[in-house]
Design a protein around this ligand. Structure first.
Ligand code: SF4
Length: 253
């Protein structure tokens, strides 16, 4: 009798087939370079939308922005930073008064505690300065890897990739950097994005996710990489003109 055919060599050898590793990206290096070349023309100087006046207020704003919108954080920090723009002034203000300024932001009690604790730690361990080092930053109360990456990028000009909800979604939706966790997506993006674009890549992807490749319904007809995009579901494959940039539409968070 003829033997049933085995499907692959691993089964033939009686071993379990290893799970296939996800590709780090669905795109060739040339396609990724073209994508970021277009983003760089569309927004030559992309900026974060959290208001701040120095590295310390940037750090505080990013800590406050967890599970809150940038607009909501800005409304709260305008008054706060007018009276406390250094760790010493924040400490002098005290937890209760910080809480009163940020009461409109989610998790404000815990965040007020962290802002005071991180001000104390900056004075005690860093002479009141914000350190430009990821390990030192992530030892501060309330500061995780994403917050540290934002501060390193915006305050210290380091080519870091802070993966927020928009970048996590885009990385997976279009197959640019598939991954289950922010760390996995961050690692893959760092592998595939050409170095020359890394400094601004984080902002380009956030702004693209916030205004065009939105969570509920991507606006592919307004997308400058629609022809390159390999998302499973798209509403257009015709790239939008590179200029002028899109008008400031209401942000989807
Ligand atoms: S074509 Fe659509 S799905 Fe692809 S990146 Fe653009 S907006 Fe997102």
């Amino acid at each position: 009798m003829e033997k049933p055919k085995v499907k692959n060599a691993a089964r033939a050898a009686g071993r379990r087939a290893k799970p296939r590793r996800k590709p780090k990206s669905l795109y060739t290096p040339a396609e990724v370079a073209e994508m970021f070349r277009r983003f760089s023309i569309q927004r030559p100087e992309p900026k974060g939308e959290l208001e701040h006046v120095n590295a310390f207020t940037l750090l505080v704003a990013v800590v406050l922005s967890a599970q809150a919108t940038d607009a909501g954080v800005n409304r709260a920090t305008r008054g706060l930073f007018a009276v406390a723009d250094t760790p010493a002034r924040m400490l002098a203000l005290g937890e209760e008064a910080v809480g009163a300024h940020i009461r409109t932001i989610g998790l404000w009690r815990n965040k007020a505690k962290n802002v005071i604790a991180l001000s104390e730690a900056l004075i005690r361990d860093h002479g009141g300065d914000v350190p430009g080092d990821r390990d030192l930053l992530t030892r501060l109360p309330g500061v995780g890897r994403k917050t540290a990456n934002v501060v390193l990028n915006m305050a210290f000009g380091q080519p870091t990739m802070a993966v927020d909800t928009h970048i996590l979604r885009i990385g997976n939706r279009i197959g640019l950097a598939p991954g289950k966790t922010p760390d996995e997506v961050e690692r893959r993006l760092l592998e595939v994005i050409p170095h020359e674009y890394m400094l601004h890549a984080h902002h380009w992807l956030i702004l693209h996710g916030r205004y065009v490749c939105k969570a509920r319904r991507p606006e592919c007809e307004r997308c400058v990489i629609a022809d390159l995009c390999k998302a499973a579901v798209k509403t257009s494959s015709i790239p939008a003109p590179l200029v002028p940039p899109e008008p400031a539409a209401p942000a989807e968070v």
